[in-house]
Design a protein around this ligand. Sequence first.
Ligand code: KG4
Ligand code: ZN
Length: 342
Amino acid sequence: MKHSPVILGIESSCDDTGAALIQDGYVLSNVIASQEVHRKYGGVVPELASRSHQKNIIPVVDSAISLANITQKQIDVVAFTRGPGLLGSLLVGTSFAKSLAMSLDVPLIGINHIQAHVLVHFIKDAHDHPPDFPFLCLTVSGGHTQIVRVDDFFEMTVLGRTIDDAAGEAFDKTAKILGLEYPGGPLVDRYAQGGDPKKFVFSKPKVKGLDFIFSGFKTHVLYFVRDRLKIDSGFIRTQLPHLCAAVQWTIVEILLEKVKKAVEETGINRVALAGGVSANSELRRQFFEASFERGWQLYLPKIEYTTDNAAMIAMVGQLKYERRLFDSLDIVPCARYDMISL
Ligand code: KG4
Ligand code: ZN
């Protein structure tokens, strides 16, 4: 009897090196090595990221294989992140994936990272039932903020996107203003736990349609904090939980308002979240509340599938394998990759 194919997924688009194995939609292993080196620089340094990927990729893939309890020879397909992302980082994953596919003599499949964030909902242990088509997906990461209408696995339409920063950048940049380390999103989430989100009010942009803008909000936080520090040098230290709660509240409100509008405009009430920012506890709480009030079917990814991971790459690898969407060995990485392209 023919066995279901074992798919290796490789992720190296930014500062995490990931490898995962999937069979029949079930995750056999999912390994991620996060790079600490960027912390002291307050952001990802592209050259250091590619060097770390070079160092990490073999041990990460090896450990994914041994955790899945298989041998290298049992891999039937190699899927890798083709883009978008940092070119140097993508090159490491792409070259490694090509050599491995060639040496194992198996198909090679390039994956669009943003599509993979959306399609993470089809991993078998993600939900009891995956979302039916069509559904809306709010993809919020460090590089992207989009509301996507998903009509089929590879039929996606971007209904709204950010005009400037991504939601993750809005978190990270305001966190930096508050003196928090990179990446600031998870720290804002943690410090906000004890804060009052209404103690400080930050401005929300007025943008027509389903697009997002975060720069006005960020500037408001910057000037507000700067002015308060002139009067009280301990302002951030004493008010940190309230500042974090207010920042988080405002970003979540900006995102939620647009998703409500997208549901009204499309009449689609199946709503999924994806990307690193969908790990945010306040975002999850407010979306849960909204879905309860408005009768949406809400799909929240497991925390390990929110931030960058290779399981989502392997999942799309499986979906493309089933459709025989293979790539040739001359495929090249793509730093800027549109959501709609395959
Ligand atoms: O999806 P992801 O891992 O990488 C990209 O594709 O960009 O997203 C990373 C982003 C970072 O900006 C990080 O600060 C943010 O996700 N993030 C969070 C939380 N966890 C990660 N933002 C707010 N709250 C969190 N709990
Ligand atoms: Zn991502």
